[in-house]
Design a protein around this ligand. Structure first.
Ligand code: HSE
Length: 436
């Protein structure tokens, strides 16, 4: 029986999940592939801490070259995360003719082109199903069974940490910092959790989704991204009152040859399936011209779910290797020469409905002034709500608008915030309630 020897870089949460899966389901994997997938070596700076998984028969080393240059190892799993040394290790592995399986969205969002070019030159594959949506097999579906479609939108809840935090804020009125801590303890968060809560991890994933859906290179700097740190329980409650839930969405749209690429907290109607994606679960909703809307749902982070996607890529590779036909599909699902650079629509040009919250003195004429400034920019009010007056004579005023240009919205709010009756910087959340 053919044996495929694998080397693992990074023995963290996901690495431990991969070790566990490969041991526990070893016979099943052989039944399905006709090969023996054996994990030969693990590299990590810490090779002594007990990860609670059986490492018998596996070499543990601190020296990356023990896997990068081992001629017996044909597949490298990179689970270090981050840009460096992951990039250098990936390039070295590829230069030594090894296929690369990675869960590293940051690496591919920023250095993808370099890595794909090196892989092409060396005739090896780069597979990264675990990089988006944890255990959800959405990337394979975009490249494979949905390849016949021209996509128009891709919308995703793709950060388990943020979704877990927002869910607990919504369901329990829980405190942001306390919930973040428990997400970290459960192994959902990135090594640097600001990547999660500031929307950077979601932006990395959106870059990959856009590249696969539209065959385009995306510069991370062109993706507008806003995290969840300024969402308050007041906003969560107001959203509920108006029939919405707040989710951190990755939004990609094709609009007349321009791409919308944005990550921000978004209000979605409570009766949308996306609004019912709770906790660490992720969902990606794609619209293709033939298939229509399709939604993928599953665990978006965590040891076992992410290991499932990593091992899926190894299985895919082992099948191709046995058949002697690797590089059947280019990394982005478009032939390398056909990946273009589509223009990104500037954020000021996007059109959306908005939720705006003002903190104002409760005086005659305040509402008229706010409405006047919005009206002067062509922004029409759909509904509004003013809560009870607080001791300080201040009230939150919430306005839901009809569709407006972002530029006009920002200019109107800039003007309103200069009014002396406005007591705090006004905040707004975009609404997505018109899904095709
Ligand atoms: N930190 C990520 C998340 C892990 O919370 O979704 C999966 O990429």
């Amino acid at each position: 029986m053919e044996e495929i020897k694998v080397g693992l870089l990074g023995f963290g949460t996901i690495g431990a999940g991969v070790v566990k899966l490969l041991k526990q389901n070893s016979a099943l994997l052989t039944e399905k592939t006709g090969t023996r997938i054996s994990l030969k070596t693990i590299v990590d700076l810490d090779i002594t801490t007990d990860r609670g998984v059986d490492t018998e028969g596996i070499i543990l080393t601190r020296n990356a070259d023990d896997v990068l240059t081992d001629p017996e190892i044909s597949v490298i799993i990179e689970l270090i995360g981050g840009y460096e040394p992951a990039r250098s290790f990936a390039l070295k592995a590829i230069a030594h003719g090894k296929h690369l399986v990675t869960a590293n969205k940051a690496l591919l969002a920023v250095h993808g082109e370099e890595i794909y070019a090196a892989a092409k030159e060396n005739g090896v594959e780069v597979l990264f199903e675990a990089a988006v949506g944890g255990g959800i097999p959405v990337l394979s579906a975009i490249k494979g069974n949905m390849a016949g479609n021209r996509f128009s939108t891709v919308l995703g809840i793709v950060n388990g940490t943020c979704n877990y935090i927002l869910t607990r804020m919504t369901q329990e009125g829980a405190d942001f910092a306390e919930v973040l801590k428990s997400a970290q303890e459960m192994g959902y968060a990135e090594a640097d959790p600001t990547f999660d809560i500031e929307g950077v991890d979601t932006a990395h994933k959106l870059c990959l989704l856009l590249s696969l859906c539209f065959g385009t290179r995306i510069d991370l700097k062109d993706v507008y991204s806003e995290g969840i740190t300024s969402i308050t329980s007041e906003d969560v409650d107001f959203a509920e009152t108006f029939g919405y839930r707040i989710k951190l969405l990755a939004i990609g749209k094709m609009d007349g040859g321009k791409i919308e690429a944005r990550v921000h907290p978004t209000m979605i109607p409570i009766d949308y399936p996306l609004a019912d994606v709770h906790g660490v679960f992720n969902a990606v909703r794609l619209t293709g011209d033939f298939v229509g809307p399709v939604m993928f749902y599953g665990r978006g982070a965590g040891m076992e779910a992410t290991a499932s996607a990593v091992v899926g890529d190894i299985v895919d590779l082992s099948r191709s290797m046995c058949a002697g036909i690797t590089r059947r599909c280019a990394p982005l699902g478009y032939l390398d020469g056909n990946v273009t650079t589509l223009p990104i629509k500037p954020m000021g040009e996007i059109v959306s409905k908005y939720y705006i919250r003002f903190q104002a003195l409760d005086r005659p004429g305040v509402l008229a002034r706010i409405a006047g400034a919005l009206g002067a920019r062509g922004i029409s009010i759909a509904s509004m709500l003013q809560s009870a007056r607080s001791a300080a004579d201040e009230v939150p005023i919430v306005i839901m608008t009809h569709e407006a240009r972002e530029d006009d919205m920002r200019k109107a709010l800039g003007e309103i915030d200069t009014f002396e009756v406005i007591r705090a910087r006004s905040t707004f959340i975009r609404i997505e309630d018109n899904l095709e």
